[in-house]
Design a binder for this molecule. Structure first.
Ligand SMILES: CC(C)(COP(=O)(O)OP(=O)(O)OC[C@H]1O[C@@H](n2cnc3c(N)ncnc32)[C@H](O)[C@@H]1OP(=O)(O)O)[C@@H](O)C(=O)NCCC(=O)NCCS
Length: 177
């Protein structure tokens, strides 16, 4: 079946939380321990409803079922779900700042079929249309493989405290749009 993209709406939040958890557990186990993944699912990984309200979070559907999701942002917060307290909704100036790529995830049963790339292309084209000339993100280790294949370059790994004594590593990456 062809993959169709649509904007996420607030009624999708429960299904998106479930997708993000499935995706993290099913596609990150080679990079992170289960305790790191469960820690990250309490805040670092999850839905940021600001993106849905902004119309910058997209769902990929196949045969009416959610196959993946991903978004971008023109706001200062660079990652994390509503559960994190350190949100900064300031609107970025595209002449001075990079757009953020945010939270691309795919159903484990549908990985390596180009769905992550499709979502990323849509986000990049929307960010370009809003005047941004670059995009950046904090990539998970599984995410690095997708983003590197899509032209992003990475810096040094950074450690992030996900609570319960667990640290996970992300890689800051960026791309000229
Ligand atoms: C990262 C993720 C979104 C990739 O989604 P996807 O739909 O499988 O990606 P694509 O099919 O578009 O892959 C495009 C290219 O990226 C690279 N790539 C993606 N996943 C890869 C993997 N597991 N191993 C090696 N290369 C990979 C390949 O070059 C691939 O092209 P190819 O399949 O023709 O070789 C998915 O693995 C995922 O949901 N991971 C868990 C959640 C997560 O960490 N998301 C990233 C947040 S920053």
């Amino acid at each position: 079946m062809p993959i169709a993209l649509r904007k996420a709406v607030l009624d999708d939040v429960a299904a998106l939380e479930s997708l993000i958890a499935r995706s993290a557990r099913g596609l990150s186990f080679a990079d992170y321990r289960p305790s790191q993944i469960e820690g990250a699912l309490t805040g670092a990984f999850g839905v940021d409803t600001q993106l849905i309200k902004d119309g910058t979070y997209f769902i990929a559907e196949e045969d009416g079922q959610i196959a993946g999701a991903g978004g971008w942002s023109y706001r200062a917060t660079v990652f994390g779900s509503d559960a994190r307290g350190d949100r900064d909704p300031s609107v970025l100036d595209p002449r001075r700042h990079a757009a953020s790529s945010r939270a691309v995830c795919v159903d484990p049963a549908k990985s390596r079929r180009g769905i992550g790339s499709l979502l990323l292309e849509r986000c990049e084209s929307e960010a370009r249309a809003r005047g941004f000339t670059s995009a950046e993100l904090l990539a998970t280790l599984p995410g690095v493989r997708l983003y590197a294949a899509r032209g992003y370059s990475g810096g040094q790994r950074v450690c992030f405290d996900v609570g319960s004594g667990e640290i996970i590593e992300f890689v800051p990456m960026q791309k000229t749009l």
